[in-house]
Design a protein around this ligand. Structure first.
Ligand code: NDP
Ligand code: 2IT
Length: 448
C-alpha cells in the first residue's frame, strides 16, 4: 500500500533514526500504513505531531547484568526496559529472556504493547523489557543469580503505579518468583510491581492460561461472523510454551483437534490429535523437565520434523504461538491453498508483512497479535485490580471477565474495520482503534 506524505515522512525518519532495528521498522510500518485514513479524516493528529511522538519511546533503559555461573565464571548480559507510552496508564508489558533479544526487538514489542493494551479497555500504558540471557541449559541457581542481578538494576525504574513487568518468552513462574523476591528485598515493599505471580503471593488464577485461552476466545468470535466454530476443526499450533499449551487446552475443550506443536528445534505432527493426557505430558516436559518437543514424538509414536515449522500441514485453523516472523509469505500461501479459514496470532508479530497481506487478500479470518493475544495482559490488569483491592477472585470469575474482554476487543476491532470501510479487516481495525485512544489521550495531556 502506498504511504501518504505524512506517514511516509515519519516512517522514513523512524528507519533513519533507528538503524539495525528491522523488527521495530516492521511493527511501525504495519501500524502506520493502516492509519492513513485516520489522518485524512482527523488532521489534528498530524498537527500535534502524534506519530512523531508515538514512535519514540518515552524512556529507554539499557543496563549491564553481571552474574556468576556454576563454574564460578563471571558472565555479562545486557538488560533492557523500554517504557514506550504512559498516556493511558502505567507502563505495562512483559520481560523476555532469549539470546535473540536486542533493542530493536524490545522496541517492536513495546510499540505493539501500547496499542494492545489500549484495546483491552484497561488503563495500561505500553512497555517491554528483557535480556539476551539464554535460560536453556542453565541451572535453577544460575537463573536465580541472573534474575537477581537483573532486578538489582531494574528495580529503580518500576513500581505498581509506575511500570509493571510480567512474563514473556523465557520468563515464567520460576523467573517471576526470583524477580519479585529480589525486588521486595531491595525495596522492603509488597506491592503489585509484577504480574503473573504465583497464587500464594498475589497472583491471579487463570493468568497462566489467559493468553492461550484469550486467543481461542478471539478466534471463536471471528469464526462466529461466518457461522463457524472450533468443533471438529483441525488446528495447527506452533510453539509449546505458555501460550501454545493453553491454546491447545482450550481447543481440546471446544472439540477441535490440535495436530501440531513445535519448539525452536522442529515440530511434531500428531494426526490423531493432542489429547488432555498428551498435553499433560507436554506441560511436564516443557515446564518441569525443560526438554525438547521431539520427546513427544518418541513417547507417542508420531512424526517429528526437525528444523521445520508446522505450516505445511493442512488445517482449517492456525494459531502461531511461538515467536516473531515464524510464518512467512510462502507458508501463508501453503496454508491458503490447503483451505485454511482462520489464523489467530498468539505470539507477537508471528506473521511477516507479506504473510499478513496474503491472508487479508484471500479474506482469511486473520486476528493480529495485538488483538488476539491481548488476553494475557488483560488478565494481568485483572491481577492488578485484585491486588490493589486486596481480594482474589475464583477461577470462574476471572475466566468470565477474560472472556468478556476478548469479546469486547473483537467488537471494538470489528466496528473500527467497518467504520473505515473494510469490514472484517482485523489488522486495520486493531491498529486504528488501538491508536486513536492513545493518540487522543496524548493530545489532551499536552505536548510531552
Ligand atoms: P515461552 O517461553 O513459554 O514459549 C516460547 C515457545 O516458542 C517455545 O516453544 C520456544 O521454543 C518457541 N520459540 C521461542 N523462540 C523461538 C524461535 N526463535 N524460533 C522458534 N521457536 C521459538 O513463551 P510464551 O509462550 O510466553 O510466548 C510465546 C509468544 O507469545 C511470544 O511471541 C510472546 O511475546 C507472546 N505472548 C506471550 C504472552 C504471555 O502472557 N506469556 C502474552 C502475549 C503474547 P524453545 O523452547 O525451543 O525456545
Ligand atoms: O506480550 C504480552 O502481552 C505479554 N507478554 C504479557 C504482558 C503482561 O504484562 O501481562
Amino acid at each position: 500500500m502506498a504511504l501518504s506524505n505524512y506517514v511516509e515522512r515519519v516512517y522514513e525518519h523512524v528507519v533513519e533514526k533507528n538503524p539495525s532495528e528491522p523488527e521495530f521498522h516492521q511493527a511501525v510500518k504495519e501500524v502506520l500504513d493502516n492509519l492513513i485514513p485516520v489522518f485524512e479524516k482527523e488532521p489534528k493528529f498530524e498537527k500535534y505531531k502524534v506519530l512523531e511522538r508515538i514512535t519514540e519511546p518515552e524512556r529507554t533503559i539499557i543496563f549491564r547484568v553481571p552474574w556468576v555461573d556454576d563454574k564460578g565464571e563471571i558472565q555479562v548480559n545486557r538488560g533492557f526496559r523500554v517504557q514506550f507510552n504512559s498516556a493511558i496508564g502505567p507502563f505495562k508489558g512483559g520481560l523476555r529472556f532469549h539470546p535473540s533479544v536486542n533493542l530493536g526487538i524490545i522496541k517492536f514489542l513495546g510499540f505493539e504493547q501500547t496499542f494492545k493494551n489500549s484495546l483491552t479497555g484497561i488503563q495500561m500504558g505500553g512497555g517491554k523489557g528483557g535480556s539476551d540471557f539464554d535460560p536453556k541449559g542453565k541451572s535453577d541457581n544460575e537463573v536465580m543469580r541472573f534474575t537477581q542481578s537483573f532486578m538489582t538494576e531494574l528495580f529503580r525504574y518500576i513500581g505498581g503505579r509506575v511500570d509493571v513487568p510480567a512474563g514473556d518468552i523465557g520468563v515464567g513462574a520460576r523467573e517471576l518468583g526470583y524477580l519479585f523476591g529480589q525486588w521486595k528485598k531491595i525495596t522492603q515493599r509488597f506491592e503489585p510491581v509484577l504480574t503473573g505471580k504465583a497464587r500464594e503471593w498475589g497472583g491471579s488464577l487463570i493468568r497462566p492460561e489467559a493468553t492461550g485461552y484469550g486467543n481461542v476466545y478471539f478466534a471463536a468470535e471471528m469464526l462466529k461472523t461466518r457461522n463457524e466454530d472450533f468443533k471438529d476443526k483441525i488446528v495447527s499450533i506452533s510453539g509449546s510454551g505458555n501460550v501454545a499449551q493453553y491454546a491447545t487446552q482450550k481447543c481440546i475443550e471446544l472439540g477441535a483437534k490440535v495436530v501440531t506443536l513445535s519448539d525452536s528445534s522442529g515440530f511434531i505432527y500428531d494426526p490423531e490429535g493432542i489429547t488432555t493426557e498428551k498435553l499433560n505430558f507436554v506441560l511436564d516436559l516443557k515446564n518441569v523437565r525443560r526438554g525438547r518437543i521431539s520427546e513427544y514424538a518418541e513417547k507417542f509414536g508420531c512424526e517429528y520434523h526437525p528444523g521445520e515449522r508446522p505450516w505445511k500441514i493442512p488445517v482449517k485453523i492456525a494459531l502461531p504461538c511461538a515467536t516473531q516472523n515464524e510464518l512467512n509469505g510462502d507458508e501463508a500461501k501453503i496454508l491458503v491453498d490447503n483451505g485454511i479459514i482462520a489464523v489467530s496470532e498468539g505470539a507477537n508479530m508471528p506473521s511477516t508483512l507479506e504473510a499478513t497481506d496474503i491472508f487479508l487478500e484471500n479474506k482469511i479470518l486473520f486476528g493480529p497479535g495485538k488483538a488476539a493475544n491481548a488476553g494475557g495482559v488483560s488478565t494481568s490488569g485483572l491481577e492488578m485490580a485484585q491486588n490493589f483491592s486486596f481480594v482474589s477472585w475464583d477461577r470462574q470469575q476471572v475466566d468470565t471477565e477474560l472472556h468478556k474482554i476478548m469479546i469486547n476487543i473483537h467488537k471494538t476491532v470489528y466496528d473500527a474495520s467497518v467504520e473505515y470501510g473494510e469490514p472484517g479487516n482485523y489488522v486495520l481495525g486493531a491498529n486504528i482503534a488501538g491508536f486513536k485512544k492513545v493518540a487522543n489521550a496524548m493530545i489532551s495531556q499536552g505536548h510531552w
